[in-house]
Ligand binder design. Structure first.
Ligand SMILES: [Zn+2]
Length: 331
């Protein structure tokens, strides 16, 4: 009842406002008149729009067809690049196809690190078999041998293929090292020189059990006066010198490298940074990195490097691991 009344009021209002007003009707008629000639124009425009839409649709279809062809060729390229990244060493050496480098391929799911296509300032070809040595059989056990405060080698352990190194500093000419590691070190030294670090040489390499024993006793005697008990003294000396059997230098794969004339003040020098960033390309790892003292149990040593071979060194470098962590996570 109320709604009806309201509708009626509206109607009345509208009717009431315009009823009897000739201008209103004239306006209505004018609008009708104006619309009339436009009607065929709309039709033309509609036809034109339809035609345009059709053309646009055709062009779009053509473009999408062309771009889908582009996608196909793009996917071929990415397939090729995936193939390349899974065999990164092929560009450098064809006989590396069955090398363990392929096991460190670009596999996101297993979390493995892909071996980058390293570029070198020197001709690396003569050194490839040394920087990534043969890992077949139990040879790999040697390259990855773990010696630390917990794990030791026997008193009579002598590493294979020891040679007098040609890459020593003055005064260290008789230093021995594993022959393969020595060739890898030679490549590292040449590359360093090509990059302006001409003084990089090895000081300490292979150290026998007997020599390590001598050094440990030497340090104990040196600091004996500062400690009341033998165990306190040993504990202190053990923070910087390994007990015999526990020194990585007994493996023939550890090297102390400096680019200075003396063995001091190497930490923080441009040469030490260069080595830390490039040694892995030659199969060496910074064995006791800063911030990993809780893992290695040894203070940061910017000069002590350990040969493990390029593929493993790359994993350790890329992951920011130590050799201990490599063993832990790869077992
Ligand atoms: Zn060392």
């Amino acid at each position: 009842m109320y709604i009806n009344l309201k509708a009626l009021i509206h109607y009345n209002n509208d009717y009431g406002r315009n009823s009897g007003n000739p201008a209103y009707y004239m306006q209505q008629r004018k609008q009708v008149k104006r619309r009339k000639p436009r009607t065929p124009n709309y039709a033309k425009i509609t036809v034109a729009l339809l035609a345009l839409t059709l053309i646009i649709l055709l062009i779009t279809a053509l473009i999408s067809k062309l771009s889908s062809k582009g996608d196909e060729s793009g996917s071929l390229i990415s397939t090729n690049s995936e193939k390349n990244s899974s065999t990164p060493s092929l560009s450098e050496s064809n006989d590396n196809a069955s090398s363990p480098e392929s096991s460190i391929s670009n596999d996101e799911e297993s979390g493995e690190v892909s071996l980058p296509e390293y570029s070198y300032s020197i001709d690396i070809t003569p050194y490839l078999d040394y920087i990534e040595p043969d890992r077949s059989g139990d040879k790999n056990d040697y390259w990855l041998i773990l010696v630390n405060k917990e794990k030791s080698v026997a008193q009579n352990y002598i590493p294979p293929n020891l040679v007098k190194s040609q890459n020593t500093k003055k005064g260290y000419e008789n230093t021995e090292i594993n022959a393969t590691a020595d060739k890898a070190l030679e490549a590292l030294i040449k590359e360093a020189a090509a990059n302006g670090f001409t003084k990089i040489r090895m000081s300490s390499g292979y150290r026998s059990y007997a020599l390590q024993d001598w050094w440990f006793k030497y340090y104990k005697d040196k600091y004996r006066q500062n400690y009341k008990t033998e165990s306190e003294l040993e504990e202190y000396v053990y923070t910087f010198s390994m007990k015999p059997g526990h020194s990585e230098h007994q493996t023939g794969l550890a090297v102390d490298i400096y680019d200075t004339d003396t063995n001091s003040e190497f930490t923080g020098t441009p040469g030490s940074f260069w080595l830390a960033e490039n040694a892995h390309k030659f199969g060496f790892i910074l064995r006791y990195p800063e911030g990993k003292e809780d893992v290695t149990k040894i203070m940061y040593e910017s000069w002590h490097f350990r040969f493990v071979g390029r593929s493993v060194a790359t994993v350790i470098y890329e992951k920011g691991w130590t050799l201990e962590e490599y063993h832990k996570y790869s077992e």
